[in-house]
Design a protein around this ligand. Structure first.
Ligand code: NAP
Length: 283
């Protein structure tokens, strides 16, 4: 089994982005800029946002975090987003999810300029993904595809089983695999006989959030297993895959940590650069 080293690949991509930013700045262009809206004080969200800020700093992308109280109204969030949409110096806008329950998440996401929607959640970007057109793709699925391509994992004609159907991970990654001509099976909590399906898979993507969920009984022999899960067990971060049990049954596998996590963050930087490229062309 070869480990798919998301950490190392993300550092390689970061170097390219940093060079790219330096190139633009040396030609007199402004730095790219990402703005994150952090609503409330969910501890996991605070950590994720910090990691995103640090990654931006490493490559020369300016980052700004707008913090809002958890009792803010949808109207107040929309006002901020409208301002950011109009601001030509802002390339990417990201609303850190989840947001407090009183807020209308759909209305908030739909208010984003689709060309600044670096999380790829606006309905226009979802439609583009499903029509196989160029748009903004959610960061975790984008990172997974980059990893598969980097390790030359054949996708076309292969059977990919995706476990999980969230808007942020399962559904978009299934669509990206389909766009690359995989035969895709999407599984979820109501799926019966899951192991029978996963045993037929060449590529398995697990994104459910259950420690050691995917284990020996699920895999006959797979080409690649992508572990998206993040679970905290005894103060350690672990994925959804029983890594040691599957070691001999797969050619390539992502570790947790150091697999999909860093690829998600670097994909956010890539999406911000894409939006920056569009803005530089227009202005
Ligand atoms: P989510 O919105 O909670 O979705 C979980 C999905 O798993 C749902 O579709 C659910 O099915 C399915 N599921 C739950 N139990 C199942 C079971 N026993 N068998 C089959 N399917 C089952 O979660 P998410 O946002 O997609 O995230 C999934 C995991 O990935 C979490 O651990 C999250 O922390 C992690 N994550 C990691 C990254 C990263 O950068 N590494 C990024 C995003 C998420 P139903 O639809 O039927 O309920």
């Amino acid at each position: 089994m070869e480990k798919m080293d998301g950490k190392a690949l993300s550092l390689l991509i970061e170097t390219n982005i940093k060079n790219n930013v330096n190139d633009y700045v040396s030609k007199g262009y402004r730095n790219p800029k990402l703005v994150v809206l952090l609503i409330g004080d969910n501890p996991a969200s605070v950590t994720y946002v910090k990691n995103k800020e640090k990654a931006c700093q490493r490559v020369g992308i300016e980052s700004d975090v707008i913090r809002m109280n958890s009792d803010v109204s949808t109207e107040d969030v929309l006002k901020v987003i409208h301002q950011l949409n109009r601001d030509n110096t802002v390339d990417g806008i990201l609303v850190q999810l989840p947001i407090p329950k009183q807020l209308d998440v759909n209305q908030i996401i739909e208010s984003l300029d689709p060309n600044k929607d670096v999380d790829g959640l606006h309905s226009i970007n979802i439609a583009k993904l499903y029509a196989n057109q160029d748009g903004f793709v959610p960061c975790t699925p984008r990172g997974i595809m980059t990893l598969l391509k980097h390790y030359n994992i054949e996708i076309s004609g292969k059977h990919a089983v995706v476990i999980g159907r969230s808007a942020l991970v399962g559904r978009p990654v299934a669509q990206l695999l389909l766009n690359e001509n995989a035969t895709v099976t999407v599984c979820h909590s109501k799926t019966r006989n899951l192991a029978q399906l996963t045993q037929l898979a060449d590529i398995v993507v697990v994104a459910i959030g259950k420690d050691k969920f995917l284990t020996q009984e699920h895999i006959h022999h797979a080409n690649a297993i992508i572990d998206v899960g993040i679970n905290r067990v005894n103060d350690k971060l672990v994925g959804d895959v029983d890594y040691d049990a599957l070691f001999d049954k797969v050619d390539y596998m992502t570790p947790v940590p150091g697999g999909v996590g860093p690829m998600t963050i670097v994909s956010l930087l890539e999406n911000t650069m894409k939006s920056y490229g569009l803005s530089i062309k227009e202005n």
